[in-house]
Write a protein that binds this ligand. Structure first.
Ligand code: FES
Length: 98
């Protein structure tokens, strides 16, 4: 009998709309980190959700944030805009540049 000391969180599938680049996106790390690990270029600066350099728009999918109010308006969030440096995936997703 074996016991698991830690549970592994799921990795979702991410896709960049413009290039078709696909990558694994673990639920416990930012979309930007997953893209970087896959060798995908994406603009980034502050990495804390304030400068908006990394902004993208979800074509499909959903994300969550660890901070209560990232640098996006309610309307932008409704329209699928997200800050990839701090957004974590909740499911498979497609992202596009803005
Ligand atoms: S890099 Fe600044 S908000 Fe993401």
């Amino acid at each position: 009998m074996t016991t698991e000391s830690s549970q592994q969180l799921p990795a979702f599938k991410g896709l960049v709309q413009e290039t078709g680049a696909a990558f694994a996106a673990p639920a416990d790390q930012s979309l930007f980190s997953s893209m970087r690990q896959a060798g995908i270029d994406w603009p980034v600066s502050c990495r804390n959700g304030t400068c908006r350099t990394c902004i993208g728009q979800l074509v499909t999918g959903e994300v969550a944030y660890d901070i209560p109010w990232p640098g996006l308006s309610l309307e932008e969030k409704r329209d699928g805009y997200c800050l990839l440096c701090i957004a974590r995936p909740l499911c498979d997703f497609v992202i596009q540049r803005t």
